[in-house]
Design a protein around this ligand. Structure first.
Ligand code: ASP
Length: 439
């Protein structure tokens, strides 16, 4: 019997976790980082390699297929409105949970000291603080200015998603405006490029079960202090519970708005979710999310080509939910006097903006958390301790919130597609239909 792809990936993950623990126990960390981890890195590189041509080709082709330019405006406005709506709901869920469970209330002084000693000056923590300062120095409209590229080759080279989306939309719209005969060769070119890149996704995914083995083993060898991990269990539970509720919320949206079965949706999108979990990066997962959404969920290219790359950059429901919980948790432990209602409202606003500004890469959410904390006047000298408090569990929580970020993008693309009449019966291609050829 042929095993479905998501099962192969799950098996790879489980074996990777077991292998990581064995290597941890037998002093094999170096072996994993020297000989196993590079295969995970190769996989992520390959996914990133195809992300840029994929966005460019699928968006230009998709937009140039539209009969009616006004649809672009409707699609854009709807996408942004739904993204903001789901993110606000995520933050409110997070704040409700953390204020009810109060995970930070009972933490002993001794534990706080221990965590402080261990992580306050950790490179991971100081690095996040430095990045946050760099981000903070930019002016208020910098994010808007950054959407408009001055050199598209630089944007492509640096994989600046929003700039590439802007350029692709611009090209697509102009292709609609020039005579059909003149537009045809370029449209055909991007159509063909799109097909090629989609096939590349299929081929790269053949390697996924092995790559996730490497990625998971590498994550496990990074865990060292299980005692601290256990102390943070309450906090981690709040984040995971919030994220699970968010997935439930998406499934309700799918059922209500698209009339599709939530289980079917989960089955189709699961390979992307599993990769989001293993890579902790919605940007690296993007090609697979696009492939799943277009070919397995039936969303038309012009919708997925816009909604998903925009979503990977600006829509991070999991990240904003986490930022709300983490900010309040840190306050409960070391700055309880800051826990006012007004501050929590400020957190809602800044966590929304911060999730838009967070890069779709591992632990970006933690950098933006610094900005959320600063916005409520959190004492600067306590910031390193605040980050140290949540640092030990950040990687596993990052993995979980990235799953929610990716699932949120896929959900919204289904809803927008449905509302524009662009949701069809999917025509899935076999992942391994070229297997014999590549063997
Ligand atoms: N790793 C997340 C993502 O790529 C961002 C974050 O929350 O750190 O979606």
């Amino acid at each position: 019997m042929k095993l479905a792809l998501h099962w192969k990936i799950i098996i790879g993950m489980v074996l990777g976790i077991i292998f990581g623990f064995i290597m941890n126990a037998y002093d094999g960390k170096e072996f994993v980082s020297d000989w196993i981890a590079p295969f995970g890195k190769i996989f992520i590189n390959l996914l990133k390699l195809i992300a840029v041509p994929l966005i460019l080709a699928s968006l230009i082709k998709g937009i140039s297929d539209l009969k009616d330019i006004s649809k672009i405006k409707t699609m854009g406005l709807r996408t942004i409105a739904i993204y903001i709506g789901t993110t606000l709901i995520a933050i409110v869920i997070g704040l409700t949970i953390v204020n009810t469970v109060k995970p930070g209330a009972g933490m002993s002084q001794e534990t706080i000291e221990k965590i402080k000693m261990k992580y306050e000056n950790d490179a991971g923590v100081t690095d996040k603080l430095a990045k946050a300062t760099a981000q903070n120095d930019a002016g208020p409209l910098q994010a808007l200015v950054d959407i408009f590229p001055s050199n598209i080759f630089v944007s492509l080279g640096e994989a600046k998603m929003l700039q590439i989306i802007f350029f692709a939309l611009f090209v697509g719209i102009c292709l609609l405006l020039i005579p059909k005969k003149k537009a045809k060769p370029l449209i055909k070119f991007f159509d063909s490029l799109n097909e090629v890149v989609m096939k590349m996704v299929d081929l790269i995914m053949l390697f996924a079960p092995y790559a996730v083995f490497a990625l998971m083993a590498n994550v496990i060898i990074a865990f060292d202090d299980t005692e601290i991990l256990l102390k943070l269990l309450n906090y981690a539970f709040c984040v995971v519970a919030g994220l699970a509720l968010m997935i439930g919320f998406y499934l309700i949206l799918i059922k209500v708005y698209t009339k599709k079965s939530p289980l079917w949706f989960l089955r189709q999108i699961s390979p992307a979710q599993l990769l989001a979990f293993s890579t902790s990066s919605s940007a690296a997962t993007l090609p697979v999310t696009m492939e799943r959404v277009e070919e397995h969920l039936g969303v038309d290219k012009e919708v997925s080509g816009f909604v998903l790359p925009v979503g990977a950059t600006v829509n991070m429901d999991g990240t904003s939910l986490y930022q709300g919980i983490a900010a309040v948790f840190i306050m409960q432990v070391i700055w309880p006097e800051g826990l006012t209602f007004t501050n929590q409202l400020v957190i809602v606003a800044t966590a929304l903006l911060a999730s838009i500004g967070s890069a779709a890469v591992p632990s970006a959410g933690m950098v933006m958390l610094v900005i959320v904390l600063e916005s409520i006047g959190f004492p600067a000298e306590l910031l390193p301790i605040g980050l140290a408090l949540i640092f030990a569990v950040d990687r596993p929580l990052d993995m979980c919130r990235t799953v929610v970020n990716v699932t949120g993008d896929a959900t919204v693309s289904m809803i927008v597609a449905k509302s524009l009449g662009k949701l069809h019966d999917p025509k899935p291609k076999e992942w391994d239909d070229n297997y014999d050829a590549v063997k």
